[in-house]
Design a protein. Structure first.
Lengths: 446, 1083
């Protein structure tokens, strides 16, 4: 599907190129919403290959979108710059070069900022090069002018994003496991990976005044007393897992759990043989839903990029907010406790991701993304979610973004990796954050 | 020269190097007739993803089945039929499988061993099989030798038809009833998805649990449970060694388990049962344990042991493969899940009689031999030292990091989803692991020299099971290897008459004709050699039942002591070399095994009640690696401080113990009968500090002992008050804190001395590190005492000497005033001459002695009346390596320009410098590396110059180490010369010296002690030093022979004190309870 789109795009461009060679004056290069979808998909694919953790992935989505959005918004009556609206952002340079095709420049900036943020540059480069080739044949002057401007903006955005503390957090202390306190998180099977991104709350958010602005209620206090709220939630995880396992792989709950797994790196060990199955991140899933919705609404380039930008910034801040809580409450995963106290051979249906339990990232991110998308497209916007098809999962139909978010949230209980409180409180946290984005940001005038 | 001739010559040269080694010729199937090929066929239903030991290969058993004095060869096949070859002499073999009836009927055969099961004097063949998974059918098969070239499969009759996951079996007479029992090694197939608790080993499981099978005459009885043999679902048994490890006359066992399950060390209780005592005798073991072997490599008459693992030597493979656990996971596995310390490399264990094993593989040079299966000790060149052959190779490297992270996903995912299988196409993408086999020459000083490229042809095979035999009867030991997807190789030993040998075979009893378990002590030219006869060695194999000794140039053996399994012995004298002697029991006498134990000349005796000193140092949980991931070792675990003095004015010596971070310091007052903890208010107020060192002295000239505490811990930074050192002065009956100059540093040494001769004690304060900036050098200080008040000495200002760890005041120039010697890490000893209170650095001429120095003391080593300087260094038994030619380097720079420096330690390999840390660890600190090297393949094998830009390296701070060996600076009057200690003192860092006349001979001696655990898992734990009593240059006695128990513990301080008229030694450890020894003072 994706490949066909790309070919179709290239084909159009090729026709243009052929046309232009017939000594006619060169035609303007036309950029479609699909060109942006493709560029975003490209980033997704490279991120899967490079294995970015969910918080880092959310950052990689957001900045390229902002670059593209700013170029497009500068030419639009209907849309406003984010300058002064998001933190430390003072806008982008403008251009007086009339040759510049702003949609093309926006796409070039998108690709260039993306390339800076991922690791495997060659993958983006080869994609970029093939497009550059087509465009320069089609209309060299327009392409060169747009490229120059696009890259200038990319450079500008890069300088801004460089100040978000990402680099500094790389050398901050590793998370130290405290094994003497049973309530605290510890690494989980099979890879027993270190807790990832323990300092993500020090990343500069886009909109939040601080990582703790939407601090959720604390989880029920840790207790292994049978009657305690915490223990009851632990029992629920175990009971639900036993129940749905009995019903088999085709049960609705297991289907839901697997559909929303969104684990970028599931490690599998068979003796000395190890391998990984890699999927998109939860943020990427909602980026995928943004694409589906934009397409269904038949959005133009400007509105498409707006949708991506608004949603991806909310997702990025949602991760900061969520991770802030994760390493504050530092709560042990159900797998650790169930193995210790209830069933030493129990395995969750999904592989437990390598960071503390509370709150659920799926809840916060889905809550935030669904609110923003509901704000953009309206409630009761139904859609067929085919985001996970490339990873061997089926299409699921949702009547609204909010219902999808609720399903994403509860999927983690089915998966055996979250307690109820993390799911419910996380969803509230995400929704509040999403509402804050809608109420605060003035992007589209309507 | 004619170009064609050059070509021809180089071709000839090349050809001759390729086909032949100096010591061995490689004989292939077309020469030997050994056409057996263990072909492995991967199918969609059966491959490495379905069966974790798919590439482990078959077995090889060697022995003379037809009593023609020529060892014959049996080879078992995984998916192909077994083969039996008769040795026709001159390395010619004839396939007699069909006639013999030994082709076997199990689906998947593994280990193969020969032994006389029914006591008829003929070698039978026992073949193990994996049965019960993946449709594998059959059972272990016992081919009883009919003596006429035919065999009959009679496993059921003997109760040996086990249908479980067997990998090997060994013959031993564990109950000394005269017949041969069997230890059956099984392997787990547990999915490895989680560790599971170590207790799993107590729950017996038929398929995976090892079994002890007692020979009851006409059948074998499974006595595993009652004998105390573990049989859990977790035991990935691949290695099996039988030996009387503790020399009590009863055979013991070492079982090597793959993955996270600990290896097992079964000591024979002499009553039909075993006790597993791994933890008591081994500080750490190999992690992915494979084959192993036993031999006495240091001529002390005790069996030593090697256990193989899979650490690659080649940088290109090393850095592209999954390596050791990180510090935290190891902690989790040991502390939460109950496993012992295991590390991914070969382990060489030296048996320390009556004590634990010292592990010396890095020092000995045999730590990394890639994916290794079989180890075989033998004196191949017959120079009297044990050499070592290691077979290795793997068809596909499933731990290749790029495969795991980048390739596997796309390739496997689609297949897994549809069929849960992995297809061949995906397998093809795994890199091959064909590596030449290794052979090492024993050097006689517990080290080995890698002769792989010289002694034998470099193969490109996957060699697994291997066995020793003298195939051509010329006296030297040949080797046979079974190879995956290829025919066997015989390494024909060409030592011949270049050196002398003696072979011994035995005619023992009817039930054990070959004398399995017989021991031989052999003496020639004042040298002792020791061997015992167990044929199941290496991996999935058994060797010829002979003992082979190399004799060098000795034409004869002075004497031979042969100890039979029944505990009797006989002696042979003046035995000629170069023969195979068949020994029968004659004129035997009972052997006294106690005579093998080292004589009891204990100078030290552990005090039962520890004199009520119950101080247990508890290290805090701070881990430096979490803040500075690339630090080469911790600095936060250098405490606790210990100092003795009369701190309550009652005339008796009391003890001050420093606390770790947030742990209060402790004062123990000496009473008439014991030590009593006594609370001190000022200690409680300062519990936040980490008290690393302390010195006693009368700092305020009131004739009472005070305490000067140096604090640090590597955690507090900048102007943290906890970094301020503490001075506790004795006032009235308590200790109160007194103000000191504000010096915010991680202190490592407090050295008091009245260097300005004004009648009060001044202090040198040495500092080690700058928190958060490892490699940066802090200032060290001279504090001048003015009437009890310290000030930074204006005459001797603060100075950056290095990462200081210790210092000593000692008179070097005989002017009656003491001079100062300062040592530390990444620095050379620095000498300050004291000229009327002015301390001036003096340039020394002893060569470049940049080391990781840890401790210094003055002692007259050579008895010439002047002070030599004993220096404790890091030792040679870790991944660190350094020499003048190839110093170890540390580059310190803010490589990623984020305001935080990174220290990158590199060592030299084959002329280039490589970082010790792997790619993921480096890239986790410097993300830009992930852009520069998109996969592990592109990073692996890159030297530091290829990883970073030249300019960046040039602007980095460069620190070096030229020498890691402990030793002493011999004072030759005008100059000093560094003399390293011998290898037994280089097995771990030496952290502490203590001088006293321990043996009451009127001369002082020094006890040196150490061990250090603050290193990353790729080093292993540096735990193998049991201390040494140094009497003089040539007389040094290991601590375990004197009653000291310092192995596997990290010593920080040793203090001698008097109590109730007796003299004691107090030993303080990091993270451990203190020990008190009575010094027995022999008359």
């Amino acid at each position: 599907m994706r490949k066909m789109m790309m070919r179709f795009g290239s084909f159009t461009a090729l026709c243009l190129a052929v046309l232009s060679s017939c000594s006619e004056p060169p035609q303007p290069i036309s950029i479609s919403p699909d060109d942006f979808h493709n560029s975003v998909d490209q980033v997704t694919e490279v991120m899967i290959h490079d294995i970015f953790s969910p918080p880092v992935a959310s950052r990689i989505y957001a900045y390229p979108n902002v670059a593209a959005y700013e170029i497009l918004a500068s030419q639009s009556e209907e849309f406003n710059s984010l300058a002064g609206q998001v933190r430390d952002f003072k806008g982008i340079p403008t251009t007086s070069d009339l040759q510049v095709n702003h949609e093309l420049a926006a796409l070039i900036a998108h690709m260039d900022v993306s390339k800076r943020l991922i690791f495997s540059e060659d993958r983006i480069e080869s994609y970029q090069d093939s497009l550059y080739g087509v465009w320069s044949k089609a209309n060299e002057a327009e392409f060169e002018a747009s490229k120059k401007y696009g890259l200038e903006v990319a450079e500008h955005i890069a300088a801004w994003l460089d100040g978000d503390n990402y680099k500094q957090t790389r050398t901050m202390p590793k998370f130290t496991v405290q094994t003497d306190d049973p309530s605290r998180w510890q690494p989980t099977p099979p890879a027993y990976m270190d807790g990832i991104e323990p300092h993500w709350n020090k990343i500069r958010p886009f909109l939040l005044d601080s990582a703790s602005q939407f601090k959720p209620l604390p989880p029920p206090p840790y207790s292994m007393d049978k009657g305690s709220d915490f223990y009851k939630e632990l029992e629920e995880v175990y009971a639900v897992s036993q129940e749905i396992t009995k019903n088999g792989d085709d049960s609705e709950e297991i289907q839901i759990a697997q559909f929303w797994d969104c684990n970028p790196y599931v490690s599998v060990t068979r003796g000395h043989l190890m391998f990984a199955t890699k999927k998109i991140t939860p943020g990427a899933h909602w980026i995928g839903i943004s694409k589906i919705a934009s397409r269904k609404a038949d959005y133009d380039v400007m509105n498409t990029v707006y949708t991506y930008t608004h949603t991806s910034m909310a997702i990025a801040d949602a991760f900061i907010s969520c991770w802030d809580e994760k390493y504050r409450s530092n709560l042990v995963r159900p797998e650790t406790l169930i193995n210790e106290h209830m069933d030493d051979s129990w395995q969750p249906i999904l592989q437990t991701p390598p960071f503390p339990e509370y709150v659920s990232g799926h809840s916060v991110v889905s809550g935030a993304a669904s609110e923003v998308l509901t704000g953009i497209f309206g409630d009761n916007f139904s859609f067929n979610d085919n985001t996970e098809v490339p990873y061997g999962l089926p299409i699921r139909n949702f009547k609204s973004f909010r219902l999808a978010a609720e399903e994403a949230a509860v999927s983690r209980l089915y998966g055996g990796i979250h307690y109820r409180a993390a799911i419910d409180n996380g969803l509230d946290q995400g929704k509040a954050l999403g509402q804050h984005f809608l109420n605060t940001l003035e992007m589209r005038n309507n | 020269m004619n170009r064609g001739l050059v070509l021809l010559l180089s071709f000839l040269l090349l050809a001759s190097c390729k086909e032949k080694g100096i010591l061995f010729d490689s004989l292939e199937a077309d020469e030997t007739g050994l056409a057996f090929e263990n072909t492995i066929t991967e199918t969609d239903d059966l491959n490495i993803i379905d069966y974790l030991y798919f590439y482990n290969g078959g077995g090889v058993a060697v022995g003379d089945i037809n009593n023609d004095d020529l060892p014959d060869v049996f080879l078992s096949g995984n998916q192909v039929s077994n083969k039996l070859y008769l040795n026709k002499g001159n390395f010619q073999f004839k396939d007699i499988t069909d006639q013999a009836g030994v082709s076997g009927s199990s689906t998947w055969n593994t280990g193969a061993v020969m032994g006389d099961v029914n006591g008829d004097g003929l070698l039978d063949i026992y073949v193990c099989a994996v049965v019960g998974i993946l449709g594998f059918d059959g059972h272990n098969e016992l081919f009883i030798n009919n003596g006429d070239g035919t065999f009959t499969e009679r496993s059921a009759e003997y109760g040996l038809d086990h249908d479980s996951y067997s990998s090997n079996a060994a013959f031993l007479d564990y109950d000394l009833d005269g017949d041969l029992d069997i230890y059956l090694l099984n392997h787990a197939v547990h999915t490895q998805e989680s560790f599971g608790k170590a207790e799993l080993r107590f729950k017996r499981n038929y398929e995976t649990g090892d079994k002890l099978l007692r020979n009851d005459g006409d059948h074998f009885t499974d006595v595993s449970e009652e004998a105390g043999i573990f049989g859990g679902v977790n035991s990935y048994g691949l290695g099996l060694a039988v030996s009387d490890f503790n020399q009590d006359g009863w055979p013991d066992l070492y079982v090597g388990n793959d993955f996270h399950e600990d290896d097992y060390y079964y000591l024979n209780n002499q009553d039909g049962t075993f006790s597993e005592q791994m933890r008591d005798y081994f500080g750490h073991t190999s992690r992915f344990s494979m084959g192993n072997d036993v031999a006495d490599i240091n001529h002390d008459g005790w069996p030593d042991l090697i256990s193989l693992d899979m650490l690659p030597e080649d940088e290109k493979v090393l850095k592209a493969s999954e390596g050791d656990d990180n510090f935290q996971i190891l902690k989790l596995r040991t502390e939460q899940y109950g496993y012992h310390f295991q590390y991914t490399r070969n382990m060489l264990f030296l048996n320390q009689p009556g004590y634990d094993y010292a592990e010396t593989a890095p020092l000995s040079g045999v730590a990394a031999t890639d994916w290794s299966w079989s180890a075989l000790f033998a004196d191949f060149d017959q120079d009297t030292e044990q050499d070592l052959f290691i077979s290795n190779g793997i068809a596909k490297r499933p731990n290749d990091l790029d495969y795991i992270k980048f390739v596997s996903n796309e390739q496997i995912q689609k297949k897994m989803e549809s069929t849960r299988l992995m297809d061949k196409e995906a397998l093809e993408l795994m890199p091959s692991g064909k590596v030449p086999n290794y052979i090492f020459k024993g050097m006689g000083d517990i080290t080995f020299s890698d002769e792989s490229e010289r002694w034998m042809k470099q193969d490109s095979l996957i060699s697994g099971a291997s066995a020793l035999a003298d195939f051509d009867g010329d006296g030297d030991m040949d080797i046979i290897t079974q190879n995956l997807n290829s025919t066997p190789i015989i390494y024909k030993n060409k030592t011949n008459e270049k050196a002398n040998y003696l072979q011994l075979a035995f005619t023992y009893t009817d039930k054990n004709r070959f004398g399995i378990g017989t021991k031989v002590f052999l003496y020639h030219n004042g040298k002792q050699q020791y061997k015992e006869l167990y044929t199941v060695r290496g991996f999935q194999a058994s060797s010829e039942p002979v003992l082979h000794f190399g004799l060098g140039t000795a034409p004869k053996v002075d004497s031979l002591k042969i100890i039979w399994p029944n505990g009797t012995y006989q002696t042979l004298s003046n035995v000629d070399a170069n023969q195979k002697l068949i020994v029968e029991m004659q004129k035997t006498q009972p052997f006294d095994y106690a005579s093998l134990l080292p004589p009891n000349n204990n100078l030290f005796e552990k005090v039962e009640n520890n004199l009520y000193l119950d101080f247990v140092h508890k290290e805090d949980s701070y881990i430096d690696f979490h803040r500075e991931k690339l630090m080469p070792y911790l600095v936060s675990d250098r405490g606790p401080a210990t100092v003795m003095g009369d701190f309550n004015g009652d005339g008796k010596k009391d003890i001050f113990f420093g606390g770790s971070k947030f742990e209060q310091a402790q004062l123990y007052l000496q009473s008439d009968t014991s030590f009593v903890a006594s609370p001190v208010a000022s200690f409680e107020n300062n519990k936040i500090t980490e008290d690393v060192v302390a010195a006693m002295g009368d700092f305020n000239n009131d004739a009472k002992d005070d305490i000067f505490v140096g604090t640090g811990g590597g955690d507090f930074s900048n102007q943290a008050p906890a970094l301020l050192d503490l001075l506790y002065t004795q006032t009235d009956s308590t200790l109160t804190k007194t103000v000191l100059p504000e010096i915010f540093e991680n202190t490592s040494v407090i050295a008091p001395y009245d260097y300005d001769s004004d009648g009060d004690l001044d202090v040198f304060v040495g500092n080690q590190s700058v928190t958060g900036n490892f490699g940066a050098v802090p200032e060290s200080y001279f504090l001048k005492n003015e009437a009890g008040t310290f000030q930074i000495d204006p005459v001797n200002p603060a100075t950056t000497l290095g990462m200081v760890t210790d210092a000593i005041w000692v008179d070097l120039n005989g002017d009656q005033s003491k001079d100062l010697v300062v040592i530390g890490e990444w620095m050379a000893p620095i000498f300050f001459l004291n000229e009327n209170g002015t301390l001036t650095q003096k340039k020394m001429t002893f060569g470049d002695l940049h080391g990781l120095w840890q401790a210094i003391t003055a002692f007259d080593m050579d008895g010439d009346g002047d002070n030599d300087l004993l220096l404790g260094n890091w030792g040679d038994n870790s991944k660190f390596s350094a020499s003048d030619k190839a110093p170890m380097r540390m580059y310190v720079n803010d490589f990623d320009k984020n305001g935080q420096t990174e220290p990158i330690v590199c060592t030299q390999k084959n002329g280039a410098y490589y970082p010790l840390e792997d790619f993921d660890e480096l890239a986790s600190q410097m993300v830009f590396l992930k852009k520069k090297f998109p996969d592990h393949k592109s990073f692996a094998g890159k030297s530091i110059e290829k990883i970073f830009e030249k300019a960046v390296l040039e602007e980095s701070q460069l620190l070096e180490v030229h020498n890691l060996r402990s030793g002493y600076l011999r004072n030759d009057g005008e100059s000093f010369e560094f003399v390293p200690f011998n290898n037994t003192l280089q097995v771990a860092p030496i952290l502490s010296f203590c001088t006293f006349d321990f043996d009451n001979d009127g001369q002082e001696e020094v006890v040196a002690a150490g061990n250090y655990f603050g290193v990353k898992p790729y080093h292993g734990r540096l735990d193998s030093f049991s201390g040494t009593l140094i009497k003089n240059e040539s007389n040094m006695i290991p601590g375990h022979l004197l009653g000291l128990d310092l192995g596997q513990k990290s010593v920080r301080h040793m203090n001698v004190f008097e109590h109730q008229g007796a003299t004691y030694l107090l030993v303080t450890f990091n993270n451990e309870k203190v020990q008190v020894y009575l010094i027995k003072k022999p008359q």
